[in-house]
Every structure is written in structure tokens, then in C-alpha cells.
Ligand binder design. Structure first.
Ligand SMILES: [Zn+2]
Ligand SMILES: [Zn+2]
Length: 433
């Protein structure tokens, strides 16, 4: 049984410390195996190279490289891969409407689900793709030939690189393609910076080596977390500076203030998948910063790098045992899907907003009229009936849209997230209402 449990170490639902039902690791491992086996037999598609990789991964991890040069991911959902890409590129306003129709029509044929934002500054896509359609989709975005319903190639070819998630599943119900003002809102007017003035992109390995080098020589890097405080709270690179903000827009202004006078220094920045750094980096470079470096593919790519290095080093039969790297990122990578985060390391660095105990579990208050996002441990979830604990949410919660739609939200109407430092006073204030 112990060996079976060890086999499932990499499966996220096999995490004994997060097991609120009190089930044993071995039971979970068995359930995982059952779920996994069932999904194999359910699959009607031909096994794809990633699919096969995942299957063989139970005995031995196969390190295949997709064409993009991105490391092959660990496939947990047997039928879908989760991935993202973005590209800053000038697009005409008229072009956006045609492009939207075209993407909707073509990607639905490939059974792709997800959300894609188009703007005159480029494209930002997050989607789940059936494993057996991945090659077609990659070819579709990168082909310079008019290969689809319209008579011209997509404007993105041939440089799109897919950034695979650390874990995989069908993360969206359908495909949405939206036209927006910007793919990342920054509040910096378009004419004030040159989007082509890009920072230096460091691969996960280069990033790790450079930061380790600085650390061992006793130097403190100027390292900025370009995300929001609630993303930073559950996981971040050691020593990262976090602007105390809720949005990238606010964060950009804060970053400009924080970096003032440091134009000649080496600046490092990272975010979830790289898009925010590509923009922030271009803005800083346009403002005269000489040496701006960013983590290519963001924390997602770094997580895959650490995991692959660990798995390679865990193999016992190799003559030259590959090096395992100790992650400089601690905790979870916050993601904007149902899971609200993927673990990069097992450390829990954040605290329950209600009791102060360790937890990295985000939840929305169960009262849909409140719905505030906050960190809650399993015992507080039980104690406060999965609500934020305010008197109103405890006394008269609304749990479904069907219930009493006339009632208006009266709690946390201006706050969608609770911050640790504000949490106590906010809850006290609400409880005294
Ligand atoms: Zn708690
Ligand atoms: Zn609440």
C-alpha cells in the first residue's frame, strides 16, 4: 500500500494534510487510481503523445518536448490539457471583429474551451484543449498559410508559444472570445511607452541560476512580484517586493514609484504566466530602465521546471543523476479557476483570516450576497458554516440564486477580497452593524 501511495504523490487530490473528511492517504490513492483508470476507459480518443506520457508516468516519467520547446506537462485530466499564450501585437480595430468570429468558428471545430481576449495591443488566451487536437491547434495559430475558413493566415504566426499549466483538466465550460480595450489594463496611455521595448526574458532555469547566484553572494536582488496581494499571499519567490495593490493597474503606478531612482540597477519581475511582466517591463524600459529581466512563462513555467528537475533526479537508474533544484518559489501559484491555486511546493505560507492558523485555501463566502474572497481553514469553514463569519452572513445567508433574489447585498459591497491586515477590523465592523 505504501508503494501505491508513493505513486500518487504527484496527484493533487492525494494530499493528506488537506483532507477535511479524514480519509486515509491509501484510500485516496485507491480512489485516485480508480478515477484515473475509469477515465482511460472512458476516453474514446486515440492516445496522444502527452496522453501516453502521462500513462507511462506512473512507472517512469517520460521527458518529451513539444515543438514549442515547453516542457511536457503532467496530464491529470486524461482528455484535456490546460494552456495559455499571449502576444503583444498591433491589430486594427476592424480586424478584431473578423478575428473574433474566425477564432470562435475555427476553435470550436477543435473542441477548444476557454477565454480569449483580443485588443488592438494583441491577444491573451487561456484555454483547455483535447489532447488529441493539440498539434492541430498549435499548427492553426502558427501556420503562415491561409489554412482555415478565411483566406488569410492568422496575424500571430509563426511565433506563438504555448505555456502549459502545472496540472491539467477541462477548466472552462465553453469558448468565449471577447474584444477589450487592452489585454492587460495598465492605466498607462498607449503613446507613453513602446510595447516593442521588451525586457530580457529569462527561462525558468536562467532565472533560478541568476537569483541563486545573487543569493549565495549575499546580494539582495531588486525582485518585484507584479501580481496582486491576494495572489502573493499564498505563494511567492523569497524576498520578492509586493506592491500593496488589488489590481495590475494600481500595481503599475506603484511599481513606477518603487523603482524611481533605480534606473541603472538590475530589476527582476515575475507574474503568473508572463503577460503582466511583458507589459510592465516595456513600460519600465520606455521610462529609461536599462536592465529589466522577467521570468519567461511566469510561475507556471517555473513550477514545471522544478517538477521536471525533481522527477529526473528521483530516477535512480541514471548513470549521471540529474540535479534537483530547491524551489525559490514557496507555496501555491494562484490561478483564476475553480481551484484558485496550484501547489509549486508543499509549504503553506499563508494564514486563515479567521483563526490565524496555517492554510492556503481560498474560498468565497457562501452567502452569495457577500461572496467575499478570503483564506479559510477547514475548522473555521465548519465553525462559520463556510461563510466569512459576519453576523449577517451567519444569521441570514442566501446560498443559491433561487433564494430571495430581491434581497440586496448589504455586506462587503465595496470589497470583493478580504486582506489579512484589514480582515479583523472589517469583520469586527460588520459584526457590530
Ligand atoms: Zn481558521
Ligand atoms: Zn460573508
Amino acid at each position: 500500500m505504501r508503494n501505491l501511495a508513493a505513486t500518487f504523490k504527484r496527484v493533487p487530490y492525494y494530499r493528506s494534510s488537506r483532507n477535511s473528511l479524514g480519509l486515509t492517504n491509501e484510500f485516496n490513492a485507491l480512489m485516485g487510481l480508480l478515477k484515473f483508470t475509469t477515465s482511460i476507459f472512458k476516453s474514446k480518443t486515440q492516445p496522444h503523445k502527452y496522453f501516453s506520457t502521462a500513462l507511462s508516468g506512473f512507472q517512469e516519467k517520460v521527458h518529451s518536448q513539444p515543438k514549442t520547446g515547453v516542457q511536457a506537462p503532467l496530464v491529470l485530466d486524461r482528455e484535456y490539457l490546460s494552456l495559455a499564450f499571449y502576444q503583444f501585437q498591433k491589430l486594427g480595430e476592424d480586424e478584431l471583429v473578423h478575428l473574433r468570429q474566425r477564432l470562435l468558428k475555427d476553435l470550436e471545430k477543435f473542441e477548444v474551451v476557454g477565454r480569449i481576449y483580443l485588443a488592438t495591443e494583441g491577444i491573451n488566451a487561456q484555454f483547455s484543449c483535447p489532447v488529441d487536437r493539440l498539434e492541430e491547434v498549435e499548427k492553426y495559430f502558427n501556420s503562415t498559410e491561409p489554412n482555415t475558413s478565411l483566406k488569410f493566415p492568422l496575424p500571430f504566426a509563426p511565433t506563438i508559444e504555448f505555456n502549459f499549466s502545472t496540472f491539467h483538466k477541462k477548466a472552462f465550460k465553453k469558448l468565449n472570445v471577447k474584444i477589450r480595450k487592452e489585454i492587460v489594463s495598465s492605466d498607462i496611455p498607449e503613446g507613453e511607452y513602446d510595447p516593442s521595448n521588451q525586457p530580457t526574458y529569462l527561462s525558468a532555469e536562467e532565472w533560478h541560476s541568476r537569483l541563486t547566484e545573487l543569493k549565495t553572494s549575499g546580494k539582495t536582488p531588486l525582485l518585484f512580484d507584479v501580481r496582486n496581494q491576494y495572489e502573493h499571499a499564498i505563494g511567492h519567490f523569497e524576498g520578492a517586493i509586493l506592491p500593496d495593490v488589488d489590481t495590475f493597474k494600481e500595481g503599475m503606478n506603484q511599481l513606477i514609484k518603487d523603482t524611481k531612482g533605480q534606473e541603472n540597477k538590475e530589476i527582476f519581475m515575475y507574474c503568473t504566466g508572463g503577460i503582466r511582466c511583458s507589459k510592465a517591463g516595456a513600460i519600465l524600459k520606455s521610462k529609461g530602465f536599462a536592465d529589466v529581466k522577467m521570468l519567461k512563462g511566469g510561475i507556471t513555467a517555473y513550477g514545471n521546471f522544478i517538477r521536471s528537475a525533481k522527477e529526473a533526479s528521483d530516477k535512480e537508474d541514471l548513470p549521471d543523476k540529474p540535479k534537483s533544484f530547491t524551489s525559490l518559489f514557496k507555496g501555491k501559484n494562484f490561478t483564476f479557476d475553480k481551484k484558485l491555486g496550484e501547489p509549486i511546493t508543499d509549504e503553506i505560507i499563508s494564514h486563515c483570516f479567521q483563526c490565524g492558523g496555517p492554510t492556503d485555501h481560498y474560498t468565497n463566502c457562501r452567502n452569495i450576497l457577500c461572496h467575499v474572497l478570503f483564506l479559510q481553514c477547514a475548522s473555521c469553514a465548519a465553525r462559520f458554516n463556510r461563510t466569512c463569519g459576519s453576523q449577517q452572513c451567519l444569521d441570514s445567508p442566501v446560498f443559491s440564486k433561487q433564494e430571495n433574489l430581491d434581497r440586496k447585498p448589504t455586506f462587503n459591497v465595496h470589497a470583493t477580497r478580504v486582506r489579512p491586515q484589514r480582515c479583523k477590523s472589517l469583520l469586527e465592523a460588520c459584526q457590530s452593524d
